[in-house]
Design a protein around this ligand. Structure first.
Ligand code: B1M
Length: 210
């Protein structure tokens, strides 16, 4: 049986190839995607975050760890997506303007696709007008904004404001999330839904559409 701590340790060292092999092994051992994600990949990334905070690791170390995280989570995607599920709704998703963090956003995308939602991924550094214009163009029901920086979460207020100015606010459920975001921030910017993690983001999206 694969030791999830080995996945965590390899991720912390940024060893993408090893992470990939260990995740493949864990899948072959019959572990669930959630177990591998929470106990291995996210465990390792949390430690990287703590060490980054106290200057024990630096930006290049975090970048290689992020690459290893993406290599591992990409393999889990197949397990999270049920081919038989028909798209039940459309979401435009992105990381807010000025923000390049995309690991959490990518997990949200995977979980939403796993629930049968069609996700239009706008990428990172997405401005308020781009979120809203894409939602109009794509005829989406949900605008989902991720932010990891206290300096970029303010763009979420601009998304709400821009939708109001365009007269389309009532057409969309605006969902917000990311490490510095919480329920009271969601209320302060006038968004509709806050989700603390990728799995609840997918559940909340389904609930908002139905
Ligand atoms: Co940056 N970084 N980073 N970083 N980074 C943080 C966020 C930080 C907390 C580190 C720290 O100081 N401890 C700090 C932010 C401080 C703050 O604003 N309060 C920080 C900083 C300061 C910076 C720079 C400014 C550093 C610098 O250059 N001096 C810089 C900014 C660059 C920019 O964006 N303009 C920077 C750069 C980077 C890297 C490029 C090196 C890299 C990103 C690589 C990438 O994403 N491709 C990076 C990383 C990896 C991190 C940490 C270590 C890990 C983030 C992560 O991916 N976590 C992070 C520290 C930490 O969080 N512990 C840190 C795993 C991921 C799964 O979690 O994204 O939170 P998260 O997603 C969660 C939930 O939040 C939620 O679901 C996910 C779990 O299921 N969620 C949503 C996310 N989006 C959601 C949307 C939803 C719902 C839920 O609905 C729409």
């Amino acid at each position: 049986m694969t030791d999830l701590m080995e996945i965590s340790a390899a991720l912390q060292k940024g060893r993408a190839k090893v992470v990939k092999e260990l995740v493949e092994q864990a899948i072959a051992d019959g572990m669930s995607a959630k177990e591998i994600l929470d106990g291995g990949l996210l465990h390792g990334m949390n430690i990287v975050g703590q060490k980054f905070k106290i200057n024990e690791l630096y930006v290049p170390d975090v970048l290689v760890a992020a690459r290893a995280m993406n290599a591992g989570s990409e393999l889990l995607k197949q397990l999270l997506i049920d081919d038989g599920v028909k798209a039940t709704g459309k979401v435009v998703l992105g990381t807010c303007k000025g923000d390049l963090h995309d690991i959490g956003k990518n997990l949200v995308k995977m979980m939403m696709e796993g629930k049968g939602l069609e996700v239009i991924d706008l990428g990172v550094d997405v401005s308020a007008d781009k979120f809203v214009e894409a939602a109009i163009e794509q005829n989406a029901q949900i605008i989902a904004c991720s932010a990891l920086l206290t300096t970029t979460m303010g763009e979420m207020a601009n998304v709400v404001k821009y939708a109001e100015e365009k007269g389309v606010r009532s057409k969309f459920t605006i969902m917000v999330g990311g490490a510095p975001v919480n329920e009271s921030f969601k209320n302060s910017v006038g968004a509709d839904v806050y989700a603390p993690d990728a799995a609840s983001a997918a559940d909340e999206a389904i609930a908002a559409i139905n």
